[in-house]
Design a protein around this ligand. Sequence first.
Ligand code: APR
Ligand code: ZN
Ligand code: ZN
Length: 361
Amino acid sequence: MAQQVRGVVARAKGEPVRIETVVVPDPGPGEAVVKVQACGVCHTDLHYREGGINDEFPFLLGHEAAGVVESVGEGVTEVEPGDYVILNWRAVCGQCRACKRGRPQYCFATHNAKQKMTLTDGTELAPALGIGAFAEKTLVAAGQCTKVDPAASPAAAGLLGCGVMAGLGAAINTGGVGRGDSVAVIGCGGVGNAAVVGARLAGAAKIIAVDIDDRKLETARGLGATDTVNSRSSDPIEAIRELTGGFGADVVIEAVGRPETYEQAFYARDLAGTVVLVGVPTPEMRIDLPLLDVFGRGGALKSSWYGDCLPSRDFPMLIDLYRQGRLDLDAFVTETIALDEVEKAFERMHHGDVLRSVVVF
Ligand code: APR
Ligand code: ZN
Ligand code: ZN
């Protein structure tokens, strides 16, 4: 029997989101219904509401979540009712060229639920990133459920489902930060500060946090940044070079998603260093770099989608580190809110007041 639950829906471009009744079908083959316990508010949810992702309104927002599997459909073997899971938007297919080559983190046929959740009048909802977890319950592909240690609090665990994983992975997976490396992170919101934490976990000797907001720099310091640079008051390229013996950093992570900060990252790294772009640009943005500098400076210019994570490998491991006190996920939960406060949380996010607001059910 389909169930009716409350969910946060964006009906039309730019309109405030509203709580609506959402119809959640019983799970079909390969699907699971998850009782959501917590879901973080991410920029991508706001981008959906603003029509910046696509036009498939109405959207059921929310995608950074943890909860408990309530029921599973036919043929589901990876999880069972009662399992505590983090939802992911990279349920790898195992069949595409990337998967077959042993690079499932680049899978281009990831799974989502086949059935649709709807409004009570039957209108199909497009769930954000194939998840839709600003809802008491949601329907996903079973592969989108990654089982983790139930002792981790849902508000903290859910963050691994998107932004915090993106930042951690940008440092650990994409940037390949290693023991003794110097790392600079430009933009220290939830994603950038997670990159700071990732760099520290990976053994970086120097971690330089760059932002235009002193509040974010203070947080970065608390999370392991060894140095901070306010790039409103000083030139970040010069500052990073100065802090690294005149060389530049081994790995520079751009976590803003803008041409000017990308350019800073490009020139703030040492010769043969690595730039990781994890901030998401908008379609009209362009960069203009001397090709000779691209060649002459060597190294690697990489992008990090979802921190190049493999949920089955990374989520349980990171939750273990969290449980051991080696990964402070709680530091990213600035506030917990109720389901009807998502619109307010967008405002606060827009003003840079939070690392993450997390809806707790
Ligand atoms: N230079 C340095 N820092 C900047 C600049 C700039 N020119 N402009 C903005 N920032 C800082 C902000 O002060 C803020 O601390 O970048 C940070 C961005 O953080 P959030 O807005 O909290 O965004 P976050 O969730 O961290 O995501 C960052 O990654 O996943 C993408 O879509 C996401 O593009 C976004 C980026
Ligand atoms: Zn695949
Ligand atoms: Zn997200």
